[in-house]
Design a protein around this ligand. Structure first.
Ligand SMILES: C[S@@+](CC[C@H](N)C(=O)[O-])C[C@H]1O[C@@H](n2cnc3c(N)ncnc32)[C@H](O)[C@@H]1O
Length: 260
């Protein structure tokens, strides 16, 4: 029995950004458990007979509860299958991959993590924004914008003082709060800021402005989730550093490691 779960990062959306190891896992999976940020081209790499299990959104548009996803991974592994849990970006960056790995580890189910390119870095690169730059930002900070009622609020005073690039994930519904809280806690209202929607995908679009103007711009431009909000001087480089990505075919001849 070679039951095992591979938590694989799919990258931000351009299928060419999957790792060689991640692609090899997909091509040998008995079951592929995926969420909504994973692109169709990668799903098409699953072998004939692989069971594809969508845990993105249910028919009623509600997300599948995390406990249910953990249960699916556990049951599939207990059937003796090679299970690939394919997650957008990197599995351990705001993807609840840590919780899935914990659930497996607690039951002694073998698992492995295949890191992916997080949207927080790779997605910004596709928008012409280097997350650090010697002249502009010597650190970067990736923050959840999913501000839950009843949970401790973000420490806006500390965030506003940071001299690096701030990247908010899952922040589009809170973009007003994010920009205004940073201004209220002392960040320069003219600090460059942008939102990048569906980064690295054909539908990639962005709005650019400053802390004051960005919330209005994203409404005018019709930007919505999934999107990254990026704040800091590096945003100014976007026009100079934008590029047209090369579309590549996933290479069928890549050597495959025998999964064990
Ligand atoms: C649950 S988090 C998962 C992040 C993922 N694990 C990663 O490393 O990129 C989902 C959020 O990531 C961001 N995101 C992921 N992929 C994106 C993309 N291609 N373009 C823009 N934002 C993206 C959005 O903020 C989205 O709401």
């Amino acid at each position: 029995m070679n039951a095992k779960v591979w938590l694989v990062g799919a990258g931000p959306g351009d299928p060419g950004l999957i790792t060689v190891k991640g692609l090899s896992c997909i091509r040998q999976a008995d079951a592929l458990v995926y969420d909504r940020l994973v692109c169709a081209e990668l799903l098409a790499e699953a072998p004939v007979g692989c069971e594809l299990i969508n845990v993105g959104k249910r028919a009623d548009h509600h997300p599948v509860p995390q406990e249910e996803i953990n249960g699916i991974l556990i049951r599939q592994a207990q059937l003796g299958r090679k299970v690939v849990r394919l997650k957008g970006g990197d599995p351990y960056v705001f993807g609840r991959g840590g919780e899935e790995a914990e659930a497996l580890a607690l039951l002694g189910i073998p698992f492995e993590v295949v890191p992916g390119i997080t949207s927080a870095i790779g997605g910004l690169a596709y928008a012409g924004i280097p997350v650090t730059h010697r002249s502009h930002a010597s650190s970067f900070h990736v923050i959840t914008g999913h501000l839950q009622a009843g949970k401790a609020p973000l420490d806006w005073a500390t965030l506003a003082r940071l001299d690096g690039t701030l990247v908010f994930l899952m922040g589009m519904s809170q973009i007003d709060t994010i920009c205004h809280s940073l201004i209220r806690h002392g960040m320069d209202p003219q600090t460059p800021a942008a939102a990048v929607m569906q980064a690295s995908q054909h539908a990639q679009r962005m709005s650019v402005g400053c802390l004051t103007s960005l919330p209005r711009r994203v409404v005018e431009d019709g930007l919505r989730a999934p999107a990254l909000i990026v704040i800091g001087e590096v945003v100014q480089l976007h026009d100079l550093l934008k590029f047209v990505p090369t579309a590549i075919q996933l290479d069928a001849t890549l050597p495959q490691a025998e999964l064990a």
